[in-house]
Write a protein that binds this ligand. Structure first.
Ligand SMILES: Nc1ncnc2c1ncn2[C@@H]1O[C@H](COP(=O)(O)OP(=O)(O)O)[C@@H](O)[C@H]1O
Ligand SMILES: [Mg+2]
Length: 476
C-alpha cells in the first residue's frame, strides 16, 4: 500500500505529476479553483499557464471563492503565463527547453522562500502543433521523473473534447496520477518510463492491460473474501449477544426453580413419589444450569478469574484425563514448547476449551488415529493476519489440537462455532461455541484447517504476556 495514498485534490503533494482530463467547464472550474487555492494556502508558488482560458477567467474563479487574487498576483505568489511564453516559445515546442524552464522556476521559487513550486498548464495549444504529439508524450513521460526529483507538483490539463481519443489514451498511460471529475486516481494504467524500453507505447499498453486484468481479479476476490468474513463475524457477534442475553435471564429462572424444588423435596419423606418428582425437577434444572453456563461462555458473559499461566501445565494437568477420553485406539501425542511464553487466563476455562476440542477430535476418529496437542510461541507480522478477522500482529502463545479424523466440509466449517450446531445424533452443538466465546473473551482467536477425510487442526491464539515473566508464574 502506498504510504501516502492520493485520493483527492488536497492529497496532491510536491513531487506529484498528474493529468487533469476534464469533460466540461464546471469540472475545470471546480478542480482548478481548489488546486490553485491549496497551493497558495500551503505557501507554494503557483504558476498557471493559460491557453484556452484567460487569466482573468481563472482569477474570477478564485475571487468568487474569496481568494485575494490581486494581492497574490502583486506578490508573485500566483503567476499567469501564456503558452507562447512557455511551451511554444519561439513558435515551437521544445521538450528539453521546457524541462529546463521548470527546473529554473523551481529553484527560483525555493530561493524566494516558497515551500515549492506548483505548476499547471492548459495543453490545448498542443492540438494544432503538427507532429507535436510525439514530442509532447516524450516530455510528459520525462516530467514524472522530473517532478519527483525537483519536488515540483505538475498538473497538465487536457480538455477531453479537444483531443483525439488515441491521443488521450496515450496521455492517460503516461501520468502516474489522473484527476477525473474531482477525484484523484492513482493510475492503474500508468506505464513508468522504465517499462517502456522498446519505446513502443502500444506494446507496453497491452502488457499493462493484461497485468491489470489479473490485479483486478485478485482485488475482487479479496474484497469478496473480506465481505464474507465480515458477514460471518457479524453473525457470530449477533448470535453471541442473543445467546448471552437469554442465558442471563434464564439463569435467574433456573435458580428460582431449583430453590423451590429443593424446598419441595424436603416436604416429603423418602420413598414418597412426590419427593422423587421433586428430585426429577432438580436434576432437570441442574442440566438447564449447565446449559446456561455454556451459553454464557459463548456469549462472553462468564466471569473470568484470570492469572498468569503456563499453558503447558494446563495441558499437563489434564494429561491423564485426555488419555482416558482418547482411549486405546487413538494415539495421544503431546509436543510442548519448553520455552513457552505465559498467558493471562482463567485456568478452568482453558481446561474446558481443551476438553471440548479433544472430545470432538476423539469423536471424529471412530476407528482410531492420532491426536496431537501442541504448544508453541508465534510472532505475527502485519502481513500474516490476512484472512482472519480477529487476528492482529504481535506475540502469541498457540495451542494446536490436530486429529487424523473425518475432517469437515465447507458447510460445517462455516457453522461449527454457532451454538447448537451439530452434525452428531446426540451432539449438543455447544463444544465449539463455548470454546469460541472463552477464547474471544481472553483476547484470542481460533483458526481451523480441515478437509473431509483429511483430519482437522484447530489453532488457538492467546496473547503472550512475555517470556521473562513466565518464570515468575512457574515458581509461584
Ligand atoms: N475435530 C473435528 N473433526 C471433525 N468435525 C468436527 C471436529 N470438531 C467439531 N466438528 C464439527 O463441528 C460440529 C460442532 O461441534 P461442537 O460445537 O463441539 O458440537 P458437538 O460436538 O456437540 O456436535 C460437530 O458436530 C462436528 O460436525
Ligand atoms: Mg463437541
Amino acid at each position: 500500500m502506498n504510504p501516502h495514498p492520493v485520493r483527492t485534490i488536497g492529497d496532491l503533494r510536491l513531487g506529484n505529476h498528474a493529468t487533469f482530463l476534464y469533460q466540461n467547464e464546471p469540472e475545470h472550474r471546480n478542480v482548478m479553483t481548489r488546486f490553485v487555492r491549496q497551493g497558495l494556502e500551503r505557501g507554494e508558488k503557483v504558476i498557471y499557464v493559460a491557453d484556452s482560458h484567460t487569466p482573468e477567467t481563472v482569477s474570477n474563479y478564485l475571487r468568487s471563492e474569496r481568494v485575494d487574487v490581486d494581492s497574490h498576483l502583486d506578490r508573485r505568489r500566483l503567476v499567469f503565463l501564456t503558452s507562447s511564453e512557455t511551451y511554444l516559445r519561439r513558435g515551437v515546442f521544445d521538450s528539453e527547453r521546457m524541462r529546463a524552464m521548470i527546473v529554473g522556476e523551481a529553484e527560483r521559487a525555493l530561493a524566494e522562500g516558497f515551500a515549492g513550486l506548483r505548476g499547471t498548464g492548459e495543453m490545448t495549444w498542443a492540438r494544432g502543433s503538427p507532429g507535436g504529439s510525439e514530442k509532447l508524450i516524450e516530455y510528459e513521460r520525462a516530467l514524472s521523473e522530473l517532478a519527483e526529483k525537483t519536488h515540483v507538483l505538475m498538473v497538465c490539463q487536457y480538455d477531453r473534447s479537444s483531443f483525439r481519443p488515441e491521443f488521450l489514451l496515450d496521455i492517460l498511460h503516461i501520468h502516474p496520477l489522473v484527476i477525473v471529475g474531482t477525484e484523484v486516481c492513482e493510475n492503474f494504467y500508468y506505464i513508468a518510463p522504465a517499462e517502456l524500453e522498446d519505446h513502443y507505447l502500444p506494446a507496453a499498453r497491452f502488457r499493462v492491460c493484461i497485468e491489470n486484468l489479473l490485479v483486478r481479479k485478485r482485488m475482487e476476490e479479496s474484497v469478496l473474501r473480506s465481505m464474507e468474513q465480515l458477514r460471518h463475524s457479524q453473525k457470530m457477534e449477533a448470535v453471541g449477544k442473543v445467546a448471552g442475553g437469554v442465558a442471563h435471564d434464564f439463569r435467574n429462572l433456573v435458580t428460582a426453580i431449583m430453590q423451590s424444588a429443593e424446598l419441595l423435596e424436603e416436604e416429603f419423606p423418602p420413598g414418597d413419589q412426590r419427593r422423587e418428582d421433586a428430585q426429577k425437577i432438580l436434576s432437570a434444572a441442574d442440566r438447564a444450569a449447565q446449559l446456561v453456563t455454556q451459553l454464557l461462555a459463548f456469549g462472553m458473559r462468564q466471569e473470568l478469574k484470570p492469572r498468569m499461566l503456563d499453558l503447558n501445565s494446563v495441558v499437563g494437568s489434564l494429561e491423564n484425563m485426555l488419555k482416558r477420553v482418547t482411549g486405546d485406539k487413538v494415539e495421544l501425542v503431546l509436543l510442548l514448547e519448553p520455552e513457552l511464553g505465559a498467558v493471562k487466563a482463567d485456568q478452568s476455562q482453558l481446561e474446558q476449551v481443551l476438553m471440548n476440542m479433544v472430545v470432538n477430535a476423539r469423536e471424529a476418529m471412530p476407528d482410531g488415529g492420532r491426536l496431537t496437542v501442541r504448544t508453541d510461541n508465534v510472532t505475527l507480522e502485519p502481513g500474516q493476519c490476512r484472512g482472519v478477522p480477529e487476528a492482529r500482529p504481535g506475540k502469541f502463545v498457540r495451542l494446536s489440537i490436530a486429529d487424523t479424523g473425518i475432517g469437515m466440509g465447507k458447510d460445517v466449517l462455516e457453522q461449527m462455532f454457532e451454538p447448537f450446531f451439530t452434525t452428531k445424533q446426540s451432539g449438543t452443538g455447544l463444544g465449539l461455541s463455548v470454546a469460541y466465546g472463552i477464547i474471544r473473551q481472553h483476547g484470542g482467536w481460533i483458526t481451523v484447517d480441515s478437509e473431509p477425510g483429511r483430519g482437522t487442526r484447530f489453532q488457538i491464539y492467546l496473547p503472550a504476556i512475555g517470556a521473562d515473566r513466565l518464570s515468575a508464574a512457574r515458581t509461584s
